[in-house]
Unconditional design. Structure first.
Length: 133
């Protein structure tokens, strides 16, 4: 399993890699590491693009489409087993329904933290895949 290749913790956050991505959940979608890695790589690209869109909307106080993007991010996060990202996205969805920009901003900070942890994990996976351990 990919998380076992990495060791117990994420370097920067001291989070278990399984707390960032639940590889048991991801294995329901893709049983082998090569496919899981490709899925996570694609997920990362979409996550970055969606987060940039979301950030722009929040900065412009344009929250009309925030719920849709947060909902899409929520679903894709659940699919890959990124529960903390999914929870942050669900918080954004709830805050948008209440039109509470302050709560959206707070949830965005949580999402940013989760994305940073995910990016660190991906860096470690890439190094492991390339034999750099």
């Amino acid at each position: 399993r990919p998380d076992e290749l990495l060791g117990v913790t994420d370097i920067d956050t001291n989070e278990r890699s399984s707390d960032i991505i639940n590889f048991d959940e991801l294995s329901k979608v893709a049983p082998d590491f090569a496919t899981q890695f490709l899925i996570l790589h694609d997920f990362r690209a979409h996550l970055r693009a969606n987060f940039d869109d979301l950030t722009g909307m929040v900065e412009r106080n344009d929250i009309l489409n925030v719920e849709g993007i947060a909902h899409r991010m929520h679903g894709s996060s659940l699919m890959v087993g990124a529960k903390s990202l999914a929870l942050a996205c669900a918080s954004i969805e709830r805050a948008e329904r209440k039109k509470n920009i302050a709560r959206i901003t707070t949830a965005m900070l949580s999402l940013m933290d989760g994305i940073k942890q995910f990016e660190n994990l991906m860096s470690m996976l890439e190094a492991s895949k390339n034999g750099d351990k």
